[in-house]
Ligand binder design. Sequence first.
Ligand code: ARG
Length: 490
Amino acid sequence: MSSDDDTGSSGTPAPSATWGGRFRQALDEVALRYSASVDVDRRLAPQDIRGSLAHVRMLAAQGVLPAADAETIAKGLEAVAARIERGEMRWDPAREDVHMNVEGTLAEDIGPVAGKLHTGRSRNDQVATDMRLWVRDAIDGTVARTERFLAVLAVRAAGTVDVLLPGYTHLQRAQPVRLAHHLLAWAEMLRRDRGRLLDARRRLNRSPLGAAALAGTTFPLDRDATAKVLGFDGPLRNSLDAVADRDFLVEALAALANQAVHLSRISEELVLWSTQEFGFVQMSDAFTTGSSIMPQKKNPDMAELARGKTGRVVGDLVNLLVMLKGLPLAYNRDMQEDKAPVFDAFDTVDDTLDVLTGCVATARFAPEQMRAALRDGFLDATELADWLAARGVPFRDAHHVVGRLVGIAHAAGKVLAELPLETLRAEHEAFDASVFEALDMEAAVERRDLPGGPARTRVDVALQELRAFLGEAGVDVDAAAASCGAEARP
Ligand code: ARG
C-alpha cells in the first residue's frame, strides 16, 4: 500500500506521472492493478491508432494544429503501430490502458509534441470509437467464417440429396427426409446468424469521435471528416449517447449467443449421430480423440467442446447486460469491463466455427445406417393416414385407423408394409392394393413436394438458391469448401 512516504525523500509530493497537477500521490499499487486494463485492451491498438491518425489529420486540416506537428505525430503513430506489429512494444500496466500506452510511447519517441494529439478528444470518445472499429472488423471475420461453413454445407448437401434418413421430433423417428435437406436446415440457421451480425454492423457504424468526454469540445472539429476516414456512415447524433452506450456490443453479442446456440445444436446432432446407437456419421480422425484407457474409443470431443463453450458466449452477453444496467449517463468506468466479454465471445464463436466447419467438411455420413433406421419406427404411418385422407376419410379418423394398424404390426413384430391387405381392410374398407406404393420411403419423401420440403426438386432449388446467395456475397463456394477438405459425397 502507498503511504505518505510516497511523496519522495525530498519532501515534495511526487505528482502522478499520468494525471499531472491535480494529483499529489501516485495511484495505490492495488488500485493500479485493479484498474489497469492494458493486458486486455491492447488488442485495440490497431483501431486506436487508426482513430488517432484520423483525429490528428483532421486537427491539422481544421487549423487546430500546425501541419508540421500533425505530421510528426502521424509519423510517430505509424512507427508505434509498426513496433506493435513486430511484437516489440513495451506494454506498461502503470500506463493503465492501451490509449495511455500508445500515447506514452509516442511521447518517448517524438517528445512533448505528442501531447497535442489529445486536443479536442477524450479517452471516452476514443475508446468508444476503438470498440466500434474493433467490432466492425470482428463481425467481418465472423461473417467470413460463417460463409465458409455455409459453403461446406452447400457442397456436402449437394452430395447427399440421394441419402434418406429419419427426421425426428421428440428425438423419436418421425418422417423420412433427405440428408441434404437436414444439412440445408443447418445452413438456414447460419444464414440468419450472418444476417443478425450484419444488422448489428449496420447500426454500429457511426462515429463517436468529437463527443470528447461527454459534451463535445470547443475546438472546431470536423466530425464528418473523421467519420468518413474511418469508414463510418457518419457521426453519432448525440455526444452523451456517443460515449455512454454500449448497446452495439449487446447487439453483437446477442447475435453471437444466438449463433453459439445454433452451433451447439449442430454439435449435439454430430455427437448423437456418431454414437454406435445412431451410427449415422463417422467423424474424421483429425477431429476426434481417443481414450487413455479404452482403446476402442473415438470421441467427438470437438463437437462436445463446441456445445460446452456455448455457455461462455451466453455468459459474455449476460455479463455485458448486467454491467450496463443502472449506469447513469454518460461514461462510467464500469464500461472498461466491456472488453473481456466482447473479445471472448468473438474468439469463442470464431474458433467454434472453424472447428465445426472442419468436422462437417471431413465427416463421413453412413447412408446404409440411415436407411436402416427408416425401416423401424413406422415412419410410413403418416403416409398411410394421408392415403386414407386423400380418399375422403377425415384425417382424424384415418389417424385413428393407422394407429390401430401400428399397434397390430408392433405386436406382430412387423412393419406396416408387411401387413396383409386383409388386415388393413379389416380396419378400413377404403384400403386397396395400391396402398403399398405409398409405403415406399423414397416415394414418401417425393410426395412432400412443397416449397421448403424434402422432395428432390425442392432440395435442388434450395441448393441452387444457397449457392446463388453465397455467390452474391462474393464466396467461391467450391474453393471455400475444398479448402476445408469438403467433397460432394456422403
Ligand atoms: N480504459 C478505459 C475504458 O476502457 C478508457 C476510458 C477511460 N475514461 C475515463 N474517463 N477514465 O473504459
